[in-house]
Structure formats: C-alpha cells, structure tokens
Write a protein that binds this ligand. Structure first.
Ligand code: ATP
Length: 320
C-alpha cells in the first residue's frame, strides 16, 4: 500500500474529524501517502480528490461535522457506479480506502474491496445502530447535546407543571432516547424496539404521577416512533395536563465533539490506518468488551443488536 484515500459517507457525526485526522497522521507515520475524497462516494465519482498531509488536518479535532463533507450517492449502489469508483481510485494511485459511515457505507466499502481496492470501515453515526460495535463515532456528543437541551426544557416544564414530550434522533434505533431518558430522569421513554403504541398506559402514568405530587412529566420519544406533536394533543385532551412537544432535530448532529468521541475516534482512525497499511481489506473497526477490534464486513453486517432488556427495566424502575 502506497497511497490511501479517506472519505466520510451517510449522515455526519461529531468526531468524524478526529477520525480523519488520525487516519491521515497515522498513515503518514507508516510512510503511506493520503488523499482526501470529498462528499463521500458521490465525491469519489466526481473525482473530488485532494492531497492531504499532516497539516491538512490541523485545527480540526475540536470541530463538529466533517471537513471532507458527506453525501448519499444512489449511483454507488449500482455495479457500474462501483466499478467507476474503483477505476477512479486506481487512476489516482489510491490502493487503499478508509470509509467512515454507517451500515450503508459499509456495503459500498465491501463492493470496493471486491473490486481490488483494500477498504476498511469505521463506525460513524450518532445513532449507535451498528451491530458489531458498542461505540459509534458521534453518539456520545449527540446524547450530551440532547441531554443538555432536555434539562432546559425540564426546568420550564417543572415551573409550569407541564407534560413535555421531547423527540430525539436515532432513526429506527432507540439508543439515544434510552441514554437521554435515563440521563435526564424522564418519566417515560418511548423506544421503537419496545413501544407497543398503548397510549392509555402513558395517560395513566401522567395522571398517577400528578396524584403522587410530581410537578412535571417528561416523555422522551424516539424519532423511530415520531408523531410527538399529535401525541401531545391527544395526551393533553385525555389528561387535562398542558402538554408540549419539542423536536430537537439536527442540533443533535452538530457541535464540538466530547472528549470521549475525540479519543475513541482517534484510536479507531489510527487502527484503521494501521490494518490497512498492513494489508487488511474488507474489515470494519469496532469497540467490543472494552477493546478495539476488527471484523469482516460480511460478518459485521450479519450481526444483530438489541437494547439490553435489563437497562430498559432499570429505566422504568428509576422513573417511579
Ligand atoms: P447513516 O447511518 O449515518 O445514514 P449510512 O452509511 O448507513 O450512514 P446510507 O445512506 O445508508 O448511510 O449509505 C451511505 C452511502 O453508502 C449511500 O448513499 C451509497 O452511496 C452507499 N451505499 C449504501 N448502500 C450501498 C450498497 N448496498 N452498495 C453500495 N453502496 C451503498
């Protein structure tokens, strides 16, 4: 391996810059040149490729988003698009690639590996919804951003004795909702993996909590369930308690990464550069049982992950 490329793909996540920086600098330490590919697979097909050196990533570790830009690219899902991508890599002398993104991006990485470009995936998503790893780049920042916002809503919710429904991101996964819900002491946490759409239960909970003397009622609703505004209207009508919905939205994806995201993304980026320079391909870097490891992409994509039942039960027990 003489030259590697690095790209970010899918949704952006805080900490991606720390990962890019680590890939670039560790590869250079290993005597390998680095090219940055802008805007994910779309930028690859458009040949938006730049030379990178250690200074290209100066002053980036503390920044949110991704300095390389990111995109979704339909053409790359086709065989023709993937072949074109591999040819472009060859033309630019890129014989190895680090792809930072989610499951979808790993499929693209797998295609590149099959076409002879050694490719390594890194888990970049705020949603924590990648089965092979217990950590994904951006999750820690996103939950902390959301938690701080929820604390603020909770203050005003208490003052006005309101019920608040706060919708957090996570797509079909409930990890952000669970962590924020436990972290803010929410009375109810609605997870797509567990919610049975029994609104009457929620309503009973609110009424019972009022009787117990609780001044507010905080419901954390996951994006995968959604419909927070209409839910608030129905709850207010049924309970007589003033109920407001707040949808946190894209603020959860931005901001300066936490130290945990910077640290883990740095180690993972360096790890990816190292295994790529050592000749590995078609692997993804993961964090499992307290260690950084790597898996075959096929194997990683076949893995399943669930919200730990005990954690969910604890979240319920502590909300009483
Ligand atoms: P996030 O979870 O943050 O959205 P992701 O990587 O899962 O990240 P996707 O939009 O699914 O996001 O995928 C990102 C890009 O990866 C796609 O736009 C496409 O270019 C490429 N990709 C997705 N699926 C495939 C596939 N089956 N084959 C080849 N490339 C793919």
């Amino acid at each position: 391996i003489k030259t590697i490329g690095v790209l970010t793909s899918g949704g952006d996540a805080p900490g991606m810059n720390a990962a890019i920086r680590a890939v670039v600098r560790k590869a250079i330490c290993n005597g390998v040149k680095v090219k940055g590919i802008k805007k994910g697979y779309q930028g690859l097909l458009n040949e938006e490729i730049i030379d990178m050196d250690a200074r290209s990533v100066s002053d980036t570790i503390q920044k949110g988003g991704t300095i390389l830009g990111t995109a979704r690219c339909l053409e790359f899902k086709t065989e023709a698009g993937q072949k074109k991508g591999a040819e472009i890599c060859r033309r630019h002398g890129i014989d190895g690639l680090v792809v930072i993104g989610g499951d979808g991006s790993y499929r693209g990485a797998q295609a590149m590996s099959r076409l002879g470009i050694n490719t390594i995936g890194l888990p970049g998503t705020i949603d924590l919804d990648i089965a092979c790893t217990e950590y994904t780049i951006g999750f820690d920042t996103a939950v902390n951003t959301a938690m701080q916002a929820i604390d603020k809503v909770r203050d005003t919710s208490s003052s006005h004795e309101r019920c608040s429904i706060i919708e957090v991101m996570g797509r079909n996964a409930g990890y952000i909702a669970l962590w924020c819900g436990v972290g803010t002491g929410a009375e109810d946490i609605l997870l797509p993996e567990k919610y049975d759409y029994d609104e009457q239960q929620l309503i009973n909970n609110i009424i019972n909590n009022r009787k117990k003397g609780k001044t507010h009622h905080l419901i954390i609703n996951a994006e995968g369930i959604g419909h927070s505004t209409s839910m608030a209207k129905r709850i207010e009508a049924a309970t007589g308690v003033e109920t407001r919905a707040t949808i946190l939205g894209y603020m959860q994806r931005g901001g300066s990464p936490t130290c945990l995201d910077r640290y883990y993304a740095s180690i993972m980026g360096a790890y990816a550069a190292d295994i790529l320079c050592a000749g590995s391909s078609n692997r993804v870097v993961a964090y499992k049982h307290g260690e950084f490891v790597d898996y075959d992409i096929e194997e990683a994509l076949a893995m399943q992950k669930e919200i730990p039942e005990y954690h969910y039960q604890v979240s319920k027990a502590l909300a009483t």
